[in-house]
Write a protein that binds this ligand. Structure first.
Ligand code: C2E
Ligand code: CA
Ligand code: CA
Ligand code: CA
Length: 287
């Protein structure tokens, strides 16, 4: 397609409008092809979950895991969610895909309990589309009942963008989810329209400091200030606080100084498939 667009661009000389027109339609048809493949992938069972440990700052033990979706097209390289989640969100495919993620993660959490592992958190990402779908509370209740995962083991990761419009409805949904007994975390905290007002009014259990602030901890005074402020704020509002994307001992030392409760990042463990994570969870955990 892009060869054709280049050819047409040459033919039309300086007519760049034409060039743009054709590259756009090439991108659009590529997108459509991907959408079709994603729909088939869901039916064919080509999605899988990797899990990344969440580390308790005080004990150094894993407090839980976050489920992260991947796509394995047969005979091709594993595809990360950055490539397909945005398209799944635009097309609405995120709703059935998200339901599959929720069911699979909860069933895995229950299986770990059945295997005699201690109670840990299973964190699951939700997209705005799922949050606003109208039957999220029913779905979560149904999945907990079907899988037998204790509600306090399920942590739903929400983003600030979910609270921007229809704040009243969002609060009602959050309270209904809390009534099921699940835990609520705000993901990527600090990247959206954070507001002190909603921290006070919303029944939230945990803030996850976005990795963009953790990345600069060692050499950017602003990032250090932001991380310290979020940790202090979490304390005021009696929320747990986790730092995402911890990659170095230096970042960890700074977070420790400020009293962060939980860590997640490559420094401890990369997201990994189930058998690998299972073995790691069962063994000694020093990084
Ligand atoms: P997220 O929820 O913020 O997840 C954390 C991302 O950071 C993951 O990328 C994880 O692999 C990566 N990460 C963890 N530790 C480190 C680190 O130390 N350094 C760096 N550089 N990265 C680290 P991943 O798995 O590619 O997922 C990307 C995003 O895709 C997620 O960001 C989340 O927004 C979305 N996503 C993943 N799974 C799901 C899902 O099941 N449903 C929905 N709605 N979104 C999902
Ligand atoms: Ca997340
Ligand atoms: Ca995040
Ligand atoms: Ca993110």
């Amino acid at each position: 397609h892009s060869d054709m667009a280049m050819y047409l661009a040459k033919q039309s000389g300086r007519n760049t409008y034409r060039f743009h027109n054709h590259t756009l339609s090439a991108a659009a048809s590529e997108r459509l092809a991907l959408e079709t493949r994603l729909r088939r992938a869901l039916v064919a069972g080509e999605f899988l979950l990797h899990y990344q440990p969440l580390i308790d700052a005080y004990s150094g033990e894993p407090a839980g895991v976050e489920a992260l979706v991947r796509w394995q097209p047969p005979g091709e390289a594993l595809v990360l969610p950055g490539r397909f989640i945005p398209i799944a969100e635009d097309t609405g495919l995120i709703v059935p895909l998200g339901e599959w993620v929720l069911r699979t993660a909860c069933a895995q959490g229950r299986a770990w309990l059945d295997a005699g592992m201690p109670k840990r958190v299973m964190a699951v990402n939700l997209s705005v589309r799922q949050f606003q779908s109208g039957n999220l509370v029913e779905l979560v209740g149904q999945v907990l009942a079907d899988t037998g995962l204790p509600p306090e083991c399920l942590e739903l990761e929400l983003t600030e963008s979910m609270f921007m419009d229809h704040a009243e409805q969002a609060i009602a949904t959050l309270h209904a989810l809390k009534a099921l007994g699940v835990r609520l975390a705000i993901d990527d905290f600090g990247t959206g329209y954070s507001s002190l007002a909603y921290l006070k009014r919303f029944p939230i259990d945990k803030l996850k400091i976005d990795q963009s602030f953790v990345r600069g901890l060692a050499d950017d005074a602003n990032d250090r200030e932001i991380a310290a402020t979020v940790i202090a704020m979490a304390r005021v509002f009696k929320l747990e606080v986790l730092a995402e994307g911890v990659e170095t001992a230096e970042q960890l030392a700074i977070l420790r100084q400020h009293g962060c409760d939980f860590y997640q990042g490559y420094y401890f463990h990369r997201p990994a498939p189930m058998p690998q994570i299972e073995a790691w969870l069962a063994g000694p955990h020093a990084p």
